[in-house]
Design a protein around this ligand. Structure first.
Ligand code: RB5
Length: 149
């Protein structure tokens, strides 16, 4: 992925700045969807901005940070077409791309440090969806969104 939308709440702000620098070093363009300070705010707003950027095609994928990564990933997953995963290690991040075709990665600034967060982000950005037997499973998730069966 070469263009991503990036959002966080106030708890994730410091880590977002660190990861933004890392993305620049990697040559990944990041659209910063806020928040832009440690002033208290609410994570659903930033989940929405990132999810809409991904669904609308402004970005290929999204990154989200809150304290745990949990609330902000739950919020993002409310948008049909978003497959958000919260990860605290690189293995799940990689497999979530290869098998689940995740398009949003979330993590927690109170859970992972900066260096581990960079490893998680790198694993996720470097991995590609494998398709094949995983394709119909991802399509079955989309069918659940439509309440088809
Ligand atoms: C904010 O205190 C905190 O609840 C939020 O960052 C996140 O951890 C929610 O899941």
């Amino acid at each position: 992925m070469k263009k991503i939308a990036f959002g966080c709440d106030h708890v994730g702000f410091i880590l977002k700045e660190e990861i933004l620098a890392h993305l620049r070093n990697r040559g990944v363009e990041a659209i910063d969807k806020g928040t832009w300070s440690t002033e208290r705010t609410d994570y659903p707003h930033f989940a929405r901005s990132v999810a809409q950027a991904v669904i609308g095609g402004e970005a290929e994928g999204g990154l989200l940070i809150c304290g745990t990564g949990v609330g902000i990933s739950i919020a993002a997953n409310k948008f049909p077409g978003i497959r958000a995963v919260v990860c605290s290690e690189p293995y799940s991040a990689r497999l979530s791309r290869q098998h689940n075709n995740t398009n949003v990665l979330a993590f927690g600034s109170r859970v992972v440090g900066g260096e581990l967060a960079k490893m998680i982000v790198d694993a996720w950005l470097d991995a590609e969806f494998e398709g094949g037997r995983h394709q119909m499973r991802v399509e079955a998730i989309a069918a659940l969104e439509q309440q088809i069966d």
